[in-house]
Ligand binder design. Structure first.
Ligand code: FAD
Length: 474
């Protein structure tokens, strides 16, 4: 794709729109905007970075970008794991980091309205102060922004009970790729008014519009929770237990996470923490959160789930009965991706999703597939209750960036194919970005991709907004 470069004259126009303080052109200041957490191997430098403070600036930017044929890449906190916020063709990175105000917490309608650059955890805390609960909870909650959670349809640990970000979004304000203002949905709770552009925008990875405000649903908080940490001596027992526990006990947890021993060791070492209980004997752990209306209900649920785990081969069941104990265990789980990314330069955090009943099969066959490759470590952690295990591939062979990208595409492609055979798909939550474009094409086939291309062309006839993500335009 041929795009124009940002000239000094265009930089000057950008300074008029955004103000000097919000336009970065120095290489060292732009460098952090060249990649995301998918890794430096996908890095591309922008020509310029602009920081928007309001919607009008974004509309003017898109008019200018269309007129000059310069690509624009929206960016949140850069914690994405698919290279979706990388400016593949250079051009302008549009950061929403300064649009970080919670505009309203409407207690009558139980909704919050906020700008896209609000850190998700700040939203969670602000609504908790009003006695309300926002149920979105990606594990990057302390870092990632609400607007990008919408753009990636972020999942996380509580999806099993509460659903992905999509389930919590009632409305969006957007600027279209051609600079038009779009208001989608609102504070209302239902709508059957033609095609749902709201749902189309959610998960579109910044390719169909720039989100300028978000209206999210809030609910009353649950009364009581408890966490169970359950070590298993045998990896397969832990993997199989996840779906059978829910089936046999009918206990529906808020979270059900899996952690293999490799990821637990890497993370406790990274955090410099003492080992978890039974770390010398366990091959894997399950981590549950249960919710109940009162202590009696909670005790009953914990008893049922704990007994089922022991019947399925658990070594023990540890109940985190205080907040401090819970936070200790969750800190390890939350830090897992960072521990891996900090230690190894090339990590592909896979997120194939399959029906929950197929997760154990997916993990067993993945282990077989990866055995044939040399110098790669396979690691599993993640949202087993959703069938969304992160099967991470770690380069232990010092490959070059190019070698790693080629290797990862081939090996991950096999896992995606396996996922499809088991009724799953390429990405449960991280999105496609740059990293998984070719595996998406192989997995979906040409016709669905051609429909997506058609939609993109209607929204963005000049292919200006985040081009080269999800699929390539022909
Ligand atoms: C340690 C760690 C844990 C993680 N855990 C999870 C998890 O549990 N679940 C999960 O789903 N993900 C997880 N992620 C991935 C990541 O945090 C999510 O994808 C998150 O939603 C990205 O938010 P961000 O603000 O960093 O966005 P970025 O990485 O900056 O951008 C992501 C995408 O959103 C687009 N975008 C950003 N802002 C806008 C906007 N205003 N309008 C339109 N498009 C926009 C970008 O163009 C890009 O396509 C994790 C990442 C890390 C590093």
């Amino acid at each position: 794709m041929e795009y124009k470069k940002v000239t000094p004259g265009i930089s000057e126009e950008l300074r008029k729109i955004f103000g000097d303080r919000n336009v970065l052109t120095e290489v060292e200041k732009m460098e952090p905007y060249a990649s995301d957490e998918a890794g430096k191997q996908y890095a591309h430098m922008p020509d310029v970075v602009v920081k928007a403070e309001n919607e009008e600036q974004i509309a003017r930017l898109m008019e200018l970008a269309n007129r000059e044929h310069i690509p624009v890449t929206p960016r949140g906190a850069g914690s994405g794991l698919a290279g979706a916020a990388v400016p593949l063709y250079g051009g302008i990175v549009l950061s929403v980091e300064k649009m970080n105000r919670i505009l309203e917490i409407d207690e009558d309608n139980m909704v919050a309205v906020c700008e896209p650059g609000v850190v998700t955890n700040d939203l969670c805390k602000a609504v908790a102060d009003k006695g309300l609960f926002y149920a979105g909870y990606p594990m990057s909650v302390e870092e990632s922004y609400i607007g990008s959670n919408v753009a990636t349809n972020a999942g996380g640990a509580k999806v099993i009970k509460y659903g992905s970000t999509r389930s919590h979004v009632l409305g969006l304000g957007c600027i279209s790729p051609t600079g038009e203002k779009l208001v989608l949905g609102g504070k209302r709770r239902k709508e059957t008014s033609g095609y749902s552009l709201l749902q189309l925008m959610i998960g579109s990875e910044g390719t169909l519009g720039i989100i300028t405000n978000v209206i999210v649903n809030l609910i009353p908080p649950s009364n009581k929770t408890v966490d169970l940490l359950v070590p298993f001596a045998n990896f397969d027992d832990a993997a199989k237990a996840s779906s059978s526990i829910i089936r046999t006990t009918k206990v529906y947890p808020v979270t059900m996470e899996f952690m293999d021993i490799f990821s637990v060791r890497a993370t406790t070492e990274y955090l410099n923490l003492p080992p978890l209980p039974a770390q010398d004997k366990a091959e894997a752990y399950l981590l549950f959160t249960l919710e109940g209306v009162d202590q009696d209900e909670l005790d009953e649920l914990a008893e049922k789930a704990g007994t089922a785990c022991l019947e399925m081969g658990a070594l023990d069941v540890f109940v985190a009965s205080t907040r401090t104990e819970s936070e200790k265990v969750w800190n390890i789980r939350i830090s897992m991706p960072t521990a891996l990314l900090e230690k190894w330069p090339h990590v592909l955090t896979g997120d194939v999703v399959v029906p929950r009943s197929e997760t154990a099969e997916f993990m067993a066959r993945t282990r077989e597939i990866i055995k044939k490759y040399a110098k790669v470590q396979l690691e599993f952690h993640g949202h087993i209750g959703d069938g969304n295990i992160h099967s991470s591939l770690i380069d232990t062979g010092n490959r070059t960036d190019k070698e790693w990208i080629e290797f990862a595409e081939e090996a991950y492609g096999e896992l995606c194919l396996l996922g499809s055979q088991l009724g799953g798909t390429v990405s449960g939550e991280h999105g496609i970005g740059l990293e998984k474009k070719s595996v998406l094409r192989q997995s979906l086939g040409e016709y669905p991709i051609s429909l997506m291309r058609g939609i993109k062309k209607v929204f963005d006839p000049n292919d200006i907004l985040n081009p080269g993500k999800i699929f390539d335009l022909k």
